[in-house]
Design a protein around this ligand. Structure first.
Ligand SMILES: CC(C)(COP(=O)(O)OP(=O)(O)OC[C@H]1O[C@@H](n2cnc3c(N)ncnc32)[C@H](O)[C@@H]1OP(=O)(O)O)[C@@H](O)C(=O)NCCC(=O)NCCS
Length: 162
């Protein structure tokens, strides 16, 4: 990666066209445009961030914050910008927003064979606490359920990245 500046900010409606394109390129079962719009317009517990470089959306991530828990819904970074800390900073942005709303913990599901994403989550102190059998209908893969039980500690450990 070069030294172009990447801005992390909350997702807005005009971002959705680009976010949807990344969603389609990244997942076999992408969220629809309508679902993404609903997250921004109607879902009071939803919070989404994008990573923007020179006017182009290069990654995004979302969560639902309920009571003292955040549930991460999705995350993707375009291939050109991977392995340069974009997803890490998106997740930290979600954690900070969740913490401000009073959340203490964060959970997510990851495919059992998505080893890259599992390494990302392990680097941010997520641990495996359970399995949802055959959760993904396209491949029949199991989902690993991960939790980070202290997002404030993870934020403090990574304060140099925010
Ligand atoms: C998974 C994904 C979001 C990671 O994004 P990213 O911006 O490349 O992640 P980061 O650069 O923040 O990675 C941080 C660390 O996580 C680990 N990691 C991330 N991707 C990895 C990979 N493909 N293989 C091994 N380790 C990986 C590494 O430890 C990495 O640190 P390093 O680059 O210094 O070694 C990205 O590969 C992606 O969009 N994949 C397709 C969509 C997807 O699978 N989303 C997750 C659904 S659960």
């Amino acid at each position: 990666m070069d030294d172009r500046i990447i801005v992390y900010r909350e997702m807005t409606l005009p971002d959705i066209e680009q976010v949807y394109a990344i969603e389609c390129a990244s997942f076999t079962q992408p969220w629809s445009v309508e679902s993404l719009v609903g997250e921004v317009v109607e879902n009071d517990v939803a919070c989404y961030f994008v990573a923007e470089c020179e006017g182009r959306i290069v990654g995004y991530a979302g969560e639902w914050v309920m009571y003292d828990e955040s549930h991460m819904t999705n995350i993707a970074v375009i291939p050109e910008f991977r392995r340069s800390g974009v997803a890490t900073r998106l997740i930290l942005s979600l954690m900070r927003a969740a913490s401000v709303k009073g959340a203490k913990r964060m959970t997510l599901e990851v495919r059992e064979f998505n080893f890259g994403a599992q390494a990302l989550y392990a680097s941010l102190s997520f641990t495996k606490v359970g399995i949802r059998k055959k959760y993904y209908s396209d491949t029949g893969e199991n989902a690993f359920i991960l939790w980070n039980d202290d997002i404030n500690a993870t934020l403090a450990e990574n304060s140099d990245k925010l």
